[in-house]
Write a protein that binds this ligand. Structure first.
Ligand SMILES: *Cc1c(COP(=O)(O)O)cnc(C)c1O
Length: 396
């Protein structure tokens, strides 16, 4: 595959990105970057990665024309079915790439952070596949709301460690994972689950996920005779599914790129995770990006009913795409996302993840033309959210 869109050599996308890591991780991150750059040019790596994506993950994932959804929005809406991947979301594309990299680095121990548990499950899965030790940090609040995924990780042989600080969600799990990495830099690879973190992570995760847009190009060509959509819509936590769905269209101005953030209880409610709207420039978890912070630089606790979007930052590539005007952002509240879950379930027979539902919920804010081809990245399935759905339906 041709990769056309890159950060600078230091990992910057405009003003955002870079590698702001403590001294003790410096040589580790530099080695990771070197080996990453090397393997991306190796045909054997590409072959192993592609074979696992095909035979283990089940790629290509289908591109499905959702007729009722299309009719209700007056355009052609295609769902890129990442929910049908092994383990139920797009996260596995990245963990397959990173576990192959960890093997090249001769690492024996894998750590990861997780919010909704999807990245933890995807990491535990590839560790089982490759026979590597796996430790997953997860906020104590998320452990409660995502119990089925915690059980899955344990069945796969991973150790799940609760993060008890702060809001006890994704940001706190990430802090714990970074702490572990600093203490065990020699034998441990940290599999970051989104397009965030110090360079080369945002670029690496983006390129491992870019198989999503690579497939969209050929699938659309086959279905519509055009190799590009008019819109690509994706939800954004840290930004990995969006990065993958956008990647091969980043240079193509015919394609409008739309991000859906979690407004939580409302953008101005004080309980929100609409990072790009509420955020300002600063450093979080190793990169310069947009993040929710107080005037004196303390991170503001984010909130979203959806554990996978409950993060106070956004990937640096997205920060650049948004501030440069290339991508547009809309935010959906918890209630709007829940309504979108219910609609897609009833209309199309597909129960989406609560994260994904944010991308569906913002469709009504866009004025589509009748002939527009719109691709929505259906990032994951809703099985893991059943407890949240049951509680919500009980209260409403
Ligand atoms: C993790 C997750 C997300 C959010 O993460 P991104 O890195 O922004 O893609 C979205 N949808 C699903 C199903 C997830 O598991």
């Amino acid at each position: 595959m041709n990769y056309k869109y890159h950060p600078t050599i230091d990992g910057f996308y405009g003003d955002f990105g870079g590698a702001y890591v403590p001294e003790m991780l410096h040589s580790n991150v530099a080695k990771l970057r070197d080996v990453y750059e090397q393997i991306m040019d190796e045909p054997e790596f590409k072959k192993e990665f592609d074979e696992l994506l095909r035979d283990y993950v089940g790629r290509p994932s289908p591109l499905y024309l959702a007729k009722k959804l299309s009719a209700s929005h007056g355009c052609n809406i295609y769902l890129k079915r990442e929910d049908l991947n092994h383990t139920g979301a797009h996260k596995i594309n990245n963990t397959i790439g990173q576990i192959l990299l960890a093997k090249r680095l001769n690492k024996k121990r894998i750590i990861a952070e997780t919010g909704a548990g999807q990245h933890g499950v995807a990491t535990a899965t590839v560790c089982a596949l490759m026979g590597l030790e796996c430790i997953v940090y997860m906020g104590a609040v998320d452990i409660k709301r995502q119990a089925p995924n915690v059980a899955r990780m344990r069945m796969l042989g991973a150790t799940v460690v609760p993060a008890e600080s702060g809001s006890k969600t994704l940001k706190d799990a990430t802090n714990e994972a970074i702490r572990d990495w600093i203490n065990n830099a020699e034998d441990t690879h940290y599999i970051i689950g989104s397009a965030i973190g110090p360079h080369p992570y945002p670029d690496m995760v983006t390129k491992f996920q870019s198989v999503i847009s690579e497939e969209i190009q050929s699938q659309l060509q086959e279905k519509t005779g055009k190799d590009h959509p008019d819109y690509v819509v994706a939800c954004v936590g840290g930004g990995s599914n969006a990065a993958g769905a956008f990647y091969h269209f980043l240079h193509d101005d015919r394609v409008q790129l739309i991000l859906a953030e979690a407004a939580g209880k409302g953008i101005d409610s004080g309980e929100s995770a609409a990072t790009s709207i509420l955020g300002t420039k600063g450093i979080i978890h190793g990169c310069m990006t947009l993040l929710m912070q107080t005037d004196d630089g303390q991170i503001v606790e984010p909130y979203s009913l959806s554990a996978g979007l409950d993060y106070p930052g956004i990937g640096p590539m997205h920060a650049h795409l948004i501030t440069s005007g290339r991508a547009k952002v809309h935010a959906a509240t918890d209630d709007e996302a829940m309504n979108a879950v219910i609609s897609l379930s009833k209309d199309e027979g597909i129960i989406p993840a609560l994260e994904t539902a944010h991308a569906l919920a913002i469709l009504e804010r866009i004025d589509f033309n009748k002939n527009d081809n719109v691709v929505i990245c259906l990032s994951g399935r809703g099985d893991k959210d059943l407890n949240t759905f049951i509680d919500y339906i009980g209260q409403n």
